[in-house]
Structure formats: C-alpha cells, structure tokens
Design a protein around this ligand. Structure first.
Ligand code: NAX
Ligand code: K
Length: 523
C-alpha cells in the first residue's frame, strides 16, 4: 500500500467509484472516517474542554467536514463550525452535508474572522477548508484563519490534505502569498498523495493515515509513483557467502578532490567502504593527500593515471572543482562503460557544457539499461534545468522527472522528501530522513553509498532507492538516539549507515533453521 496518486489520478478513481454508487455515499464514508479518527484523537487529548472546531471550506472538502460535524454531534461531542463557503456555489454533495448540519442544529460561528474563534479552548481542530481542489492562494481572510490554527497547541486533523498545500508537489499554493495548515494528523482519502511526503508536505501533514473509502479495486489503475521502502530493493538484500573475498564486492573509484577540497571525496570514499565495497580508490583531480590516517584502507591515486574500466563503480564530482582539468576527467568518466554516480561539481560542469550533457544522455548500455545516477540538490537541479531553485522546489516531482528524462539518468533530487525519478517516468518519494541531514558533506556520503551498492553488483534502480532510504534511516536512527537533529556532522552518518544496512539485510534474509525439529513418537 505505498502507491502515490496524483490529483488527476485520484479524480479518475473518484469518478469511476461515483458512477457505481448512490450520490453522497463517498462523502458519508469520508465524513465517518474523519469522525471516527477525531474521536480516537479526542480520547488521547488532555484538554478538559471537549469542544471541536470544524473549519469547512467551499468545496467537497468542506462537505466532508460538515458530515463529520454531524456525526460527532450525534456522538455527543460539542462541535462548532466556521463555514467559509458561498452557499449558492457549493457542489451538490457539500450542499447536502450543509443541509444535514443545519437540520441537526449544529452551532455555526457567525464571525468568520479569527476573532470569532478566540477565547475558546479547542480540544481538536478539524481542517476541511480545502482538499485537492485548491487552485490559488487562499484569500487574506482565510490566511488569517490558517495562521490562527497554526498558533494553537491542540491537535489539528486535516481532511485529505492540509489546506493550502498542493497535493501533487508538496509546495504551498501561491508560495509567499499562500499559507497552509500545520496539521498534527492528516487523514487522506482514496490514495496516498506525493505532496504529503515532499517539500513543505513533510512539515505540514503530521502523521498521515490513508482511508481508501472502500472503493472497489477495479476503479484503480496502476500508478507510476510510490513511497520508497525496503520492499522495492529487497531482491538485492542478500547475505554474504562465506566463500568470498574483496573482489566479490567490487571496486569504487571516487573521482574528485581539486586542490583544497579533499574532504568531500574522503567522505564519499569512507562511506563506500562502510557501505560494503570490496576496495575503494580516490582519484584526485589535483595532487591530493597521500592517505587517510583514520582509514588507511582507502587507496589514493592521481585521476590522470586511473583507468575507468567497466568493472568499477565511479562516483564523480565530490570536491571536483570546475577547472578545465576536471572537465577532461569527467568527460573521460562519462565515456567509460562503468556504472556512474554523478554528483556536486560534476553536475555543475555538465550544466554548463552541452557536450557533457550529450555524453551523459547517451550512456546507455546495450539493452538499454540505465547506467547513470545523478544526485543533485535543488540548486544543482536548477542549474541543470536552466531555471531557479524556487521553480525546482515549487514542483520537486516534476523537476526530478524532467531531469531523469532529459539526461537519461536515475535522478535523486535531494531535500525534504527526496524524489527519485527514473527515465521511464516512474517516481519514488523517500520517507526517511530528517533535518539532521541539512549539513555539509551529507551529499558526499549519499553518493559514496550509491557507489558502494553499484560496486556490489546492485542494479542502478535498486541502488538509488536503497542508498536514499538507508541514508535517511541512518539520520532517523541517530535522532532517535538523541544525537540530533542539531549538530550532527556528515562523518557521524557513516557508521550509522553501516548499522542500518546490516540490519535491513538481516531482516530480509530468510535464515534456514539451524536444526531440524524431531517429533517424539509415543509408544
Ligand atoms: N466528490 C466526492 O464524492 C468526494 C470528495 N472528497 C473530498 O472532496 C475534496 C475535493 O473537493 P473539491 O473538488 O470540491 O475541492 P476542494 O474542497 O478542495 O475545494 C475546491 C473549492 O474551492 C474553491 N477554491 C479553490 N481555491 C480557492 C481559494 N484559494 N480561495 C477560495 N476558494 C477556492 C474552488 O473554486 C472550489 O469551489 C477532496 O479533497 C476530499 O476531501 C472525498 O470526500 C471523497 C469523495
Ligand atoms: K483540508
């Protein structure tokens, strides 16, 4: 159950479902799911006042809220509704929900400003202002209500999508002119949505619960997007054979390190070693250090004297600089038949040089297998797409898909809710990770881990998914241990990555029993 649906796909499912159901059925189901969940939240609330504030907007999201209001009132819970709708323009189902609420003599708050809400202490707010139908920034009047809700300390349950958030992209509709509810919980309907998991979605959605509303499976089509998880790379999680040696786990060559920038490739190389590569080389653009005192197992070379044969996995770009010399080395790496991870300065060089762009694009192996992974952060992505960081962040899924198609490379667009896009249009959003990763060097760690998995023979697709997931899970583990999110350094993620990786291998490997149980026979 980790498929992600675009708004257009949700609408399609909804239309198919509605054609086979009595009118109002889905809204009833949605309202009752909200009421049920609200009651669960109220049970755990500490607030002495049981009063629930219900915000209902102009569309069917507001209808869901009104239906929930009726059900909560029937259950003996005190509710107060603030309705932000032009009643003459409500859709049919929402109008019916409103009529029902009026008949039930639910309390409507006449004052539609925050002043009408102040002075009350709410046990819970139910946010039904906007769902997937929000098309422009909320008006200033509604922004004031959203600000009021965001200043409260009680739980906030958003219906379908936190109002103000774009369900496809996770950005706030209207950017600086917009505002979105900060939910503690989101109950989302029909299918999970990408925008809840990336960009601002991660901060605004809180705990996400999916309710498919009993819609027949036949109404759903397969989607091209999913929430990343170990099930998507489980086939590559294998135990190590006893009869193996360093050659069994491949070579990583980290290519980078212009003068004065040795730290980045060292971080990538250390992670490649901790991620299980058999041998790890650093190929320096300029004369780098002779060895790593803390990890003397890493082998230092001068890039000009290193062959980029097909057998090794290349990680190109950390601390590489953008000199002519770096260009030549990158060009040679792109010409090679090796699996390649392209990061950092290598991406900057590519964004400035059409020749390199073509080389990256044309790197398919015979049979069409994609052999390149690019790992841009939003600024690098913006340079590659010749646009602005703001534009990239406005629609991260779209930006990642464009990059993947344009450069024919699996694209790992880093940031809150990292997006992994494939050249065939498929896309994953990564649920692991936290702001502890917002520090220098964590990108080098990610590209080093990708390289380690490629060196161990993982397909590029599985490597990109697993590296992203493990990298984020390592950050989550450190924060759970009380070591972050403030002040963690990139180096500290490296041993945590090793621990998480070994754990998931253990969890996914089926062990044979060590002995055979024997049955006693009684005489
Ligand atoms: N139709 C159905 O049977 C179902 C609908 N569902 C609910 O309905 C929602 C979608 O309903 P709608 O399509 O009506 O969309 P919304 O309820 O999200 O809101 C759309 C309405 O808001 C208006 N609007 C958009 N942006 C605005 C702005 N900035 N300021 C003021 N008004 C603005 C639109 O003109 C439209 O009237 C879902 O998110 C879900 O909560 C679910 O209950 C599932 C079943
Ligand atoms: K909502």
């Amino acid at each position: 159950m980790s498929a992600l649906y675009s708004v257009a796909e949700i609408r399609e499912v909804e239309q198919k479902a509605l054609s086979g159901l009595q009118p109002y059925t889905l809204m009833q189901r949605a309202g009752s799911a909200v009421a049920e969940y609200a009651q669960e939240l109220l049970c755990s609330a500490t607030e002495s006042s049981p009063s629930v504030l219900i915000l209902a907007g102009p569309g069917n999201n507001g209808g869901d809220a009104l239906e929930a209001a009726c059900l909560l009132e029937e259950a003996g819970i005190e509710v107060a509704v603030q309705l932000h709708a032009d009643e003459s323009k409500q859709p049919e189902d929402a109008r019916r929900a409103l009529a029902r609420a009026r008949e039930a003599e639910i309390q409507f708050i006449d004052d539609l400003t925050p002043a009408g809400l102040r002075g009350q202490s709410w046990a819970l707010v139910i946010d039904g202002l906007f769902g997937i139908g929000l098309s422009r920034a909320p008006t200033s009047k509604l922004r004031a209500i959203i600000d009021y809700v965001n200043g409260l300390r009680c739980p906030v349950l958003s219906i379908d999508v936190p109002s103000g958030l774009n369900a496809d992209s996770g950005s706030i509709v209207g950017a600086a002119d917009g505002a979105a509810v900060n939910a503690s919980h989101t109950i989302t309907f029909i299918g999970d949505k990408p925008g809840l998991h990336t960009c601002d979605g991660k901060d605004h959605s809180g705990h996400i619960t999916l309710r498919p509303l009993d819609i027949d499976h036949g109404c759903y089509k397969p989607t091209r997007a999913f929430l990343n998880g170990p099930q998507y790379f489980a086939a590559s999680l294998k135990p190590r054979a006893n009869n193996s040696h360093k050659g069994s786990y491949g070579d990583v060559i980290v290519v980078g390190g212009a003068r004065g920038m040795a730290g980045a490739p060292v971080l990538a190389a250390r992670t490649a070693a901790f991620g299980g590569a058999g041998r790890v080389y650093l190929a320096f653009v300029d004369d780098g250090p002779a060895y790593d005192g803390e990890h003397p197992e890493l082998m230092f070379r001068v890039a000009d004297r290193v062959e980029f044969g097909p057998g090794a996995a290349l990680v190109v770009g950390p601390g590489m600089g953008t000199s002519r010399h770096a260009y030549d080395i990158l060009s040679r790496a792109l010409d090679s038949e090796a699996d390649i991870v392209v990061d950092a300065d290598a991406l900057n060089l590519i964004s400035a040089e059409p020749t390199l762009q073509h080389k990256l694009h044309d790197r398919n192996r015979a049979g069409g297998e994609v052999v390149s992974i690019i790992t841009p952060h939003p600024l690098e992505a913006a340079r590659l797409l010749d646009t602005t960081t703001q534009q990239v962040q406005n629609d991260r899924p779209q930006a990642a898909r464009l990059l993947a198609r344009h450069f024919n490379a699996i694209t790992v667009l880093k940031g809150a809710g990292t997006v992994i896009a494939f050249p065939d249009g498929e896309m994953a959003i990564n649920p692991t990770g936290n702001p502890a990763l917002s520090t220098a060097g964590t990108g080098d760690v990610l590209s080093g881990l990708c390289g380690a998995l490629l060196a161990q023979g993982w397909p590029t697709r599985a490597a990109a998914l697993a590296a992203t997931w493990i990298h984020g899970a390592a950050a989550d583990r450190l924060v759970a241990e009380g070591l972050g999110p403030v002040g963690l350094t990139a180096s500290e993620f490296i041993p945590a990555i090793r621990a998480v990786f070994n754990n998931i291998i253990r969890d996914h490997v089926h062990h044979r029993p060590s002995h055979v149980a024997h049955h006693r026979t009684h005489a």
